[in-house]
Design a protein around this ligand. Structure first.
Ligand code: BEZ
Length: 211
């Protein structure tokens, strides 16, 4: 069965461009992003990995480690990193898992045979400090991901993990949020001292509580 939200992210040991990684141990106590790319030496993947390298500080600010995977071997990854660094004007600064036997790809259901039975789709798994899967996204091979969206989602996940709030459509960090319906008005008075605007009894808008 496909990995679902709330499942413990399957653990594995794999060779990567930064040495052997035991996934859960590597995650440590912070957040993690595991993302697949279909194939080395392909154009969209080259731009994606360069983009993630440039966002290192943004992921670090969110106490989040990133790790990529593809079904190509380590030697291929190592040669390709040179191209990524050259063409994307950056230095790849996160591990890329070599998965020629598709152990990680199969464990995480990253091969969708009706799309391709040789390449992974573009999967994203965001994993919380409890090692549970908080978010999954699947893109097809021809569509590069928006990694600013992944940062935005991590902001929402981290905020909603700590406060009884949800984030509305197109929310970005710093904007007003929604008090979850499970919190009564009485409890909300204590939890949200800045107050709220009730557009409907179930739609209560409050300033982001952690700023
Ligand atoms: C790419 O990364 O450009 C790509 C990879 C597989 C299929 C299509 C595009």
């Amino acid at each position: 069965m496909a990995i679902q939200l709330g499942d413990v992210a399957p653990d594995f040991t794999a060779d990567t461009t930064e040495g052997t990684v035991g996934f859960h141990e590597w995650l440590g106590t912070g957040w993690g992003v595991l993302f697949s790319h279909p194939k080395d030496f392909t154009p969209v993947c080259t731009t994606e990995l360069g983009t993630v390298a440039k966002l290192k500080d943004e992921f670090a600010k969110r106490n989040t480690k990133v790790i990529a995977v593809s079904v190509d071997p380590l030697e291929s990854h190592e040669r390709w990193i040179g191209d990524i660094n050259e063409t994307q004007h950056t230095t790849v600064n996160f591990p890329i898992i070599a998965d020629p036997e598709r152990k990680v790809a199969d464990l995480y259901g990253m091969i969708h045979p009706n799309a391709s039975d040789t390449m992974t789709v573009r999967s994203v798994f965001v994993i919380g400090p409890d090692k549970k899967v908080k978010l999954t996204i699947t893109y097809p091979a021809a569509t590069g991901r928006n990694f600013n969206e992944i940062l935005r989602v991590i902001d929402s996940l981290q905020l909603t993990a700590g406060y009884s709030v949800a984030t509305p459509a197109n929310w970005v960090n710093g904007e007003d949020v929604i008090i979850v319906p499970a919190v009564s008005d009485e409890a909300a008075k204590e939890k949200f001292p800045k107050g709220w605007e009730a557009k409907k009894p179930y739609l209560r808008i409050t300033p982001q509580p952690n700023i």
